[in-house]
Ligand binder design. Structure first.
Ligand code: NDP
Length: 293
């Protein structure tokens, strides 16, 4: 990664993520301006040379490139909605906050009305990965703005521009979190079930690592799903439905919460009821494309 350390950066939002970003820019010699609703969160950064802006207007006008790391887009409006429109004009707002694709698109239009440009980002690493070239962030929005600031953004993580639609990066981020949270919750479920039988998390670590390494399944199913091919030649939904039934009973027999396997069983049952029993479990994609009736 390379970046001109002369490029000044403003970071608005100093939760764990924004703090790590501002800290990384300081590490790389950038002039860093910070702003946060709770100013004391900037203390350690100020001690290292960051400038704490007294107002959001001051933060915005300090630099062209403004990185936003806030809880959500409502937090952005809470801060920037009160800004002088003149302070927003000409800024490139790199919004790395999590929210829905629709919120990201609306915010891009809101910024454009004020003469600012929004780049949407989805950060695919926890704060501990900021500053590593092995981590990545997906971006979308105007390509020219991305190209102009790519080197500075790559100080944080590798940067991958995926398209002009400002909602796209938010979508990709939410897809990532869909898989992350549900997979991690499946791990918590397994740990709870193991605990009920006297096993520690450490006892099931190799099993868990193997179980959550789904690469071969994803690579097998991807072309089939894209082709709409749910042939039950390798697996059948009825087999999966019986299997998840056993998981549920293993949990409840041990006095463990069964909400997660029961929810999965419900989805499998809908698939079987819709006539997919002899099809692959991939046919659940067709079930999940529609909300529960
Ligand atoms: P936090 O939720 O801890 O960020 C909080 C930041 O948002 C703080 O600066 C907080 O200000 C500010 N904030 C929240 N609500 C308001 C408001 N109404 N008005 C003004 N400021 C507000 O999250 P993180 O720092 O952990 O993450 C930032 C973003 O990055 C989130 O969208 C998160 O989903 C995303 N992300 C986080 C990852 C992680 O592992 N942490 C990983 C990938 C993405 P104050 O300090 O005053 O409370």
């Amino acid at each position: 990664m390379s970046s001109s350390a002369t490029t000044p950066v403003t970071v608005i939002g100093l939760g764990p993520m924004g703090h790590a970003m501002a800290s990384t820019y300081l590490d790389h010699g950038h002039r860093v301006t910070v702003f946060n609703r709770t100013p004391s969160r900037a203390d350690a950064l100020v001690a290292r040379g960051a400038h704490l802006a007294a107002t959001v207007d001051e933060a915005l006008t300090a630099t062209e490139l403004v990185v936003l790391s806030l809880t959500d887009y409502d937090a952005m409006y809470a801060l920037l909605g009160a800004a002088d429109p003149a302070a927003l004009a000409g800024r490139v707002l790199v919004n790395l906050s999590s929210d829905t694709p629709d919120k990201a698109r609306a915010a891009a239009a809101w910024a454009a009305e004020r003469g600012a440009t929004q780049l949407t980002g989805g950060v695919l690493t926890p704060p501990s990965g900021i500053g590593s070239p092995d981590t990545s962030t997906v971006y979308s929005g105007p390509r020219a703005a991305f190209d102009a600031h790519r080197a500075t953004l790559e100080v944080l993580t590798a940067a991958d521009h995926r398209g002009e639609d400002p909602g796209l990066a938010a979508l990709l981020y939410q897809l990532n979190m869909t898989m992350f949270w549900t997979a991690l919750t499946s791990y918590w479920q397994a740990v709870a079930m193991a605990d009920a039988h006297g096993l520690k998390a450490a006892d099931i670590l190799p099993l868990a690592v193997d179980a959550l390494n789904l690469r071969q399944f994803l690579e097998f199913y991807t072309p089939r799903v894209d082709a709409g091919d749910h042939t039950g030649d390798v697996d059948r939904l009825t087999m999966g439905a019986a299997s998840i039934e056993h998981v549920l009973h293993t949990a409840t027999d041990a006095g463990v919460d069964g909400a997660l396997p029961a929810a999965v069983r419900g989805i499998f049952r809908r698939g079987v009821a819709a006539g997919h029993g002899a099809d692959s479990a991939s046919s659940l994609v067709e079930i999940l494309k529609r909300p529960t009736a």
